[in-house]
Ligand binder design. Structure first.
Ligand code: SF4
Ligand code: SF4
Length: 146
């Protein structure tokens, strides 16, 4: 899905401006990196380019569930205790610890983004889908164009 120039600018601005300096090196909420994270097509392209340079993602296809949170996100590297695509992680991951419904479990942050609900409503209208969805759509496009 093509984003309008305004939406594209807003998403890039959010990526750049959401604070996360206190998360540096911390992995205390890593077990919540679970399930299939939705992202916009632009974010998918950032992740795909990053992975093309760096390799991965690390998660084997059939990774079992962990506790209450289900199977880990495909970008979760439990061995390193890190997000494999941290510099290009999608918006929902950037909001973790900053909005009231995704609080920092260590209490390092208060609510730093009070308009998080409005941001997520806007983001939902951009049509975020899973990485697998976008990957499969791009493979189909290649076959159609071939
Ligand atoms: S949100 Fe809190 S627990 Fe999660 S990485 Fe940041 S400081 Fe650590
Ligand atoms: S993309 Fe990274 S930060 Fe987001 S859920 Fe997956 S592992 Fe966690």
């Amino acid at each position: 899905m093509q984003m309008s120039p305004e939406d594209s600018a807003r998403l890039r601005r959010l990526w750049d401006e959401l604070p996360n300096e206190e998360c540096d090196g911390c992995d205390a909420c890593g077990e919540k990196c679970a399930g299939d994270i939705a992202m916009t097509h632009w974010e998918f392209e950032q992740a795909r380019s990053f992975l093309a340079l760096r390799g991965g993602p690390a998660r084997p296809p059939e990774t079992p569930a962990r506790g209450a949170f289900g199977p880990p996100c495909r970008f979760r590297d439990d061995t390193a205790g890190r997000c494999h695509i941290y510099p290009v992680r999608p918006l929902i991951c950037r909001l973790f610890g900053l909005v009231e419904w995704l609080p920092c479990p260590l209490g390092r942050w208060g609510v730093r983004v009070p308009d998080g609900i409005e941001i997520m409503r806007w983001y939902a209208e951009l049509g975020p889908r899973t990485y697998e969805h976008w990957l499969s759509a791009s493979v189909k496009n290649v076959h159609t164009e071939a």
